[in-house]
Design a protein around this ligand. Sequence first.
Ligand code: MIG
Length: 665
Amino acid sequence: MVEKYIFGSPFETEAVTAEMEAAEFTGKVICGEILLENGFCYRCQMDDTDVIYGLGEANRGINKRGYKYVSNCTDDPHHTEEKTSLYGAHNFIIISGKKHVGLFFDYPANLCFDIGYTRQDMLTVSCERADLYLYVITGESAYDVAKQFRKIIGKSYIAPKYAFGYGQSRWGYKTHEDIETVVRGYRDNRIPIDMVYMDIDYMQDYKDFTVNPERFPDFPQFVQKMKAKQIHLIPIIDAGVKIEEGYDIYEEGVEKGYFCKREDGSDFVAAVWPGWTHFPDVLNPDARAWFGGKYKILTDVGIDGFWNDMNEPAIFYSEEGIKALNQAIVDYVREFDSNQGNIKADSDTSEDVMNNAKAVPWEVRSCIDKLQNSPEDYERFYHNVKGKKVRHDFVHNLYGFNMTRAAGEALQKIAPDKKMLLFSRSSYIGMHRYGGIWTGDNQSWWSHILLNLKMMPSLNMCGFLYTGADLGGFGSDTTRDLVLRWLALGVFTPLMRNHTALGTREQECYQFEHVEDFRHVIGVRYRLIPYLYSEYLKAVENDAMYFRPLGFDYPDDRRAVETEDQLMLGNEVMIAPVYTQNVSGRTVYLPEEMKFVKFMPDGKIYEEILNRGTHYIEVALNEVPLFIRKGKCIPVVDVAENVDAIDMDTVRYLGYDGAEYEIME
Ligand code: MIG
């Protein structure tokens, strides 16, 4: 059962698509109380054994208990354990214990979840203004609650089948030659691949929807040339539009009033990669249609996939921020001088500042740090929502959602019968109807394989089915074994992309010794694509989860409920990837008898029935393990070097004798 409550005058986020009557609020909701004295606060006493699921793309465990989280879309490339906000805002949690209750706080600004942080047995969800919708869902199990939630937020976006192929990316590919080198590296080594990503350097001066003509002398022809090699090029689109006279998108946006504005009506100016930019006001439907329409510039030349970046929106600094920094330096120098007894009457020239630079290290440093993604900047600009001026910080978490919605709505118009690949960095629930997400700038750390795994089911609860992390790790130098182990998890994530940052060690699979190991691991992905894509489509169709915590399938088995390093996948599979360095296997918990399957480097498939309980399984760096549930089977095909080349005539079924499986296409 789903109940809807209204507090104050909420902003219409359009996260929920189901129409329903609001219930009358009598001071209490099931299993909690609501305080409205100071903004909004939901409070609930947790039982010792209650598990809290949810929050989509968030830090820490599948069970969110024991920490605090803040929904505040943030561009932060250091996903260390103490971080409370990442790029997405997914305000849905499930309290699962004796009762199973889902709560969706439909509120697009800062929202704090204290899940047993201040007090171990207390769950508190609070925000500054009591203007929100609260949806309370009760069901017979956590999974039942998640499915009911999915039903009210509308069907998830469906990625094209090619997007289940493998993709290579790197921040730093600049020219068509760079891309051709990558394609050659994969094709010559017969490592399967379907996509190469184009990061910001393909653009002319980081201008959205432009292509640098020196780096790509004949881009349309290049796209076709890659197509002929079965490679889809996937360009990045950033949120900020460069301010430059003569740049049509900038000029049109200004003329039509489609950029976010300051209080005084002037266009807000922020620095991002292109230098000074304006942000398209994607919360305004007209501006959204206009910006989305620009994707046609690239689809017209054959592009059929995009990734949207920097749409928290990330801000390096604003004009106001820079002025404030200057002032801070001047003030500091003045004060320093006066403390030293050598007051200078007019020490506000940059020369004076430079002369005293030695004296201002810390204060200036901290001012500089505060320039980026500053809360003050988010209070400086406004959206035009149906003629009403809405300050950005009130709706901050909707920006990435609506930028991607702009693209999604436009792509549907441009090619109604064609599925396009689209995913975003920032998101809010509701965006799952328009595209997928990737989990942003992780690091080449072993702990981030596990973080990747833990985020997947939480994202699925919130509707985001097409998801994945930067395999091999984005920041810092990777290692061969880390890439292989991470790929062996990536084999199962809908988005399987290797991506890394500018300046890091080369991370394409063919850069490492024994390339055949990489060929094999990625090859396993292609052998499983008919199954994985089928399970993905079924999950979309049934508002189900492609990835689930073990506790969703085995709620009465405490050991399963507490398992944080294995996942259920689709209706037939459990995965348990290795995520530790220098080990030759791992311990796995089986909540019931299953068939242990290992894809061996010689192409053979090892199978063994294992009983319920704990097992140590050996998994070499070049092997891919999975488990098939009792009485089930899955289709496997022969390896193909791209999705189009998958030969369904080679299909056979792996698992329990007598089981049947229906492939959905
Ligand atoms: O400020 O486009 O998360 O994937 O490579 C960094 C460059 C901007 C952040 C994205 C990352 C991408 C990078 N971008």
